[in-house]
Ligand binder design. Structure first.
Ligand code: NAD
Length: 382
C-alpha cells in the first residue's frame, strides 16, 4: 500500500522528504562524503561535483555553520563552481570542495586535520585539497602528513607557495582583453582604474597597472592598508563606500563577494568590471543582466581570477612558475572568447562562459548542466 502511494508522489513532495538527495540531484554531484570522527571533533563534508576532465580540485573551508544543511548547501555550490572554473580555464581538473563545521579560531587541532587527511587519502586521488577560508599553512601541513592529495602547500615543503601573484597577473591580462573589446586597443595607459581592496591580489595587480601607466584609485576597509598601497603605486585613496560612484573607466573588485547588487549598480559610471574577487554578483542572473542592460562589460569572476587555480594545479606537475604565468596569460584569450560569444548570442558574459565550460565537459563525456546561484548563495572565499 505504502509502495503504491509513493508512486503517486509529485517531485515537490519527494524533494521535501529527501532534501539531501534532491539538492545533490539538482546540481549533478558525483559523490558526497560525510566525514565524522568524534575523538578529534571532525565533522566535515567532501563534495566531488564532476571528474569528467580530471580529479576534483578545491579548497578546504572551515566555518562555524549554524547547521548541517547550510554546510551541505555551501559545499555543493562551491564544488560545482570549481568544475566551471577548471573547465573554462582549459585545466584537466574537475570540481570539488570540502567544508569543516567548526570555528577556525577555537576548534582546530592536528588530530582533526589528520583525520580529514585520512578521508581524503581514502578517496584515492578523486579529490585534491587546497587551502580556503579559515585554513592556515599549518592546517594544510597536517592534512599533507596523511595524504599526498594536497596542493597549494608552502614552498618550504615543496609547494608553489602564494597563488596571489599569478591570480593578479591573470586579472591584469583579462582586464586588457576587456579594454580591447571596449576601446579597440588593449593598453591600460591613462585608463582610470578603481581597485576595491588592498590585499594580496590587489597589491600585485596595482603594481602591474602602475607599470603600464594607469591612473589608480584604491580603497580598503582598513584605510591604512589602502594608504600603504597608494603610497607604493602612486594611487589615490578613496573611502570604501565611495568607490562605487567613482568616475572611472574600470572597476576592479578584489575584496569580497556580493558587492554588485541593486544598490551599487545604480551608482556605476564604469565601462568595465574586471577583478579578482569571487562571486561578486549578488544574484548572478539578475545582476549580470542588469550590467549588460547598462552597457557595462563584466568579465565573469571565475574566468578572470583563475590564475590562482592554475598556479596550485601546476604544483602537481612540479614547480615551474614560467608555465603558471604562460597559462595565466591565456586568460586574455579566454575572456575575449567569452565576450565575443556573449555579443554574438546577445547574452550576459556569465551565461556565455557557463555554456562554454559545460560544452567542454560534455565534449569529453560528462553531463554539464546550467545552475546559476541566486541571491544569498555567495562564495565568500577563494
Ligand atoms: P586579502 O584578504 O589579502 O585581501 C582582501 C582585502 O579586501 C583586505 O585588505 C580587506 O580588508 C579588504 N576588504 C574587505 N571588504 C572590503 C570592502 N567592502 N571594501 C574595501 N576593502 C575590503 O584577499 P586576497 O587573497 O587578495 O583575495 C581577494 C579576493 O580575490 C577574494 O575574494 C578571494 O576569494 C579572491 N581570489 C583570490 C585568489 C588568490 O590567489 N589570493 C584567487 C582567486 C580569487
Amino acid at each position: 500500500m505504502n509502495n503504491s502511494n509513493s508512486l503517486l508522489h509529485t517531485d515537490t513532495e519527494k524533494d521535501q522528504n529527501f532534501p539531501l538527495f534532491s539538492q545533490i540531484d539538482s546540481q549533478h554531484h558525483e559523490q558526497i562524503v560525510i566525514c565524522s570522527e568524534p575523538e578529534s571533533g571532525l565533522r566535515a563534508i567532501i563534495a566531488i561535483h564532476d571528474t569528467t576532465l580530471g580529479p576534483a580540485l578545491g579548497g578546504v573551508r572551515m566555518w562555524p555553520y549554524d547547521n548541517e544543511t547550510d554546510a551541505l548547501k555551501d559545499v555543493l555550490r562551491l564544488s560545482r563552481a570549481m568544475t566551471y572554473k577548471a573547465a573554462i580555464s582549459g585545466l584537466n581538473l574537475g570540481g570539488g570542495k570540502s567544508v569543516i563545521i567548526g570555528d577556525p579560531n577555537t576548534d582546530q587541532s592536528e588530530a582533526m586535520f589528520r583525520a580529514l587527511g585520512r578521508y581524503i587519502e581514502g578517496l584515492g586521488g578523486r579529490y585534491i585539497a587546497t587551502e580556503d577560508v579559515g585554513m592556515s599553512e599549518q592546517c594544510m601541513e597536517w592534512i599533507y602528513s596523511e595524504t599526498n592529495y594536497v596542493t597549494g602547500i608552502p614552498e618550504e615543503i615543496g609547494g608553489n607557495g602564494d597563488p596571489s601573484p599569478v591570480t593578479a597577473y591573470g586579472v591584469y591580462m583579462g582586464m586588457k582583453a576587456c579594454v580591447k573589446k571596449t576601446y579597440g586597443g588593449d593598453s591600460l595607459e591613462g585608463k582610470r582604474i578603481a581597485i576595491q581592496g588592498a590585499g594580496n591580489v590587489a597589491s600585485h595587480l596595482a603594481s602591474r597597472l602602475q607599470e603600464e601607466g594607469a591612473i589608480l584609485y584604491v580603497s580598503d576597509l582598513y584605510p591604512e592598508k589602502a594608504k600603504a598601497l597608494a603610497e607604493r603605486t602612486g594611487a589615490e585613496t578613496v573611502k570604501s563606500e565611495e568607490i562605487y560612484e567613482l568616475d572611472a573607466d574600470i572597476f576592479s573588485p578584489c575584496a569580497l563577494g556580493g558587492i554588485i547588487n541593486d544598490q551599487t549598480i545604480s551608482q556605476f559610471k564604469f565601462d568595465i568590471i574586471a577583478g579578482g574577487a569571487n562571486n561578486v554578483l549578488l544574484d548572478e542572473q539578475r545582476h549580470g543582466q542588469s550590467l549588460s542592460e547598462r552597457g557595462i562589460l563584466y568579465a565573469p569572476d571565475y574566468v578572470i581570477n583563475a590564475g590562482g587555480l592554475i598556479h596550485v594545479a601546476g604544483e602537481f606537475a612540479g614547480y615551474d612558475s614560467t608555465r603558471s604565468y604562460k597559462k595565466a596569460a591565456a586568460i586574455y584569450d579566454t575572456v575575449l572568447s567569452v565576450l565575443n560569444r556573449a555579443e554574438e548570442e546577445n547574452v550576459p558574459p556569465l551565461i556565455a562562459s557557463n555554456a562554454m565550460a559545460e560544452e567542454r565537459i560534455k565534449a569529453v563525456g560528462g553531463t554539464g548542466s546550467m545552475y546559476l546561484p541566486g541571491e544569498g548563495e555567495l562564495e565568500r572565499g577563494r
